[in-house]
Design a protein around this ligand. Structure first.
Ligand code: GRF
Length: 221
């Protein structure tokens, strides 16, 4: 999976800012052959992101640029793209990348960027989703893989993983269970993409030639 990149296997670039448990799920699936793709580069906007260690341990090239050193969002994004393009990525996977992307970046890779958001979109875009779910007294929660467009957490949804909220559960406990779901659904959606089954066309997500008006939903309880 790492070290020497194949000329034929699809290439994934993964962008992180933190712990990288989702990145780890990709590393594991690519390592086991379940995800037939090479992770060509892991990029972080934070030098202390633990995910960089995970990538290095797996022999994946890493790159880091700090956004604070750039005049504005687009200048930063252009520098990031330069790093990513060196590895000719087919797919960009945002895995806890805590930066809003500029329209320039989104258009540069239109239809080739996936994100995972820890909520059942369109519910709860933005931050603190677990606490907001608890505050609202919702009985279901989960996470959603979607294509990235200019609208924050608003691009076409692909795959959602759903769990039941337990009585007296804390936001931290909920987060842990949601993340376990993410580690299942995110590599799966990426696999669909690299296998050519999942596409972004006319502003919508398409799976196996069918337009997804709603995401595929998997229940994990
Ligand atoms: C995930 O929960 C994901 O939904 C959100 O950021 C978190 C990243 O976690 N976008 P990790 O760095 O993959 O552990």
């Amino acid at each position: 999976m790492s070290g020497t990149l194949s000329d034929t296997r699809p290439r994934i670039a993964i962008l992180i800012s933190g712990s990288g448990t989702n990145l780890q799920a990709f590393i594991d699936r690519a390592g086991s052959g379940e995800l037939a793709a090479d992770i060509g580069i892991v990029f972080s906007n934070r030098p202390d992101a633990y995910g960089l260690k995970r990538a290095t341990r797996a022999g994946i090239p890493v790159s880091c640029l700090e956004h604070g050193h750039y005049a504005d969002r687009e200048h930063f994004d252009r520098a990031v793209a330069e790093r990513l393009d060196a590895g000719r990525p087919d797919l960009i996977v945002l895995a806890g990348f805590m930066r809003i992307l500029s329209p320039w970046f989104v258009h540069r890779y239109e239809g080739r960027i996936l994100n995972i958001h820890p909520a059942l979109l369109p519910l709860y875009p933005g931050l603190d989703t677990h606490q907001r779910v608890l505050d609202a007294g919702d009985s279901r929660h989960g996470s959603t893989v979607h294509f990235v467009t200019e609208e924050l957490d608003g691009g076409p949804r692909v795959l959602a993983g759903r769990i039941r909220v337990m009585p007296h559960e804390t936001a931290a406990e909920l987060m842990q269970r949601v993340q376990a779901v993410e580690h299942r659904i995110y590599p799966e959606a990426a696999r669909w993409f690299v296998e050519g089954r999942l596409q972004f066309r006319d502003g919508s997500a398409w799976l196996d030639g069918e337009k997804l008006d709603e995401p595929i939903v998997r229940d994990f309880d």
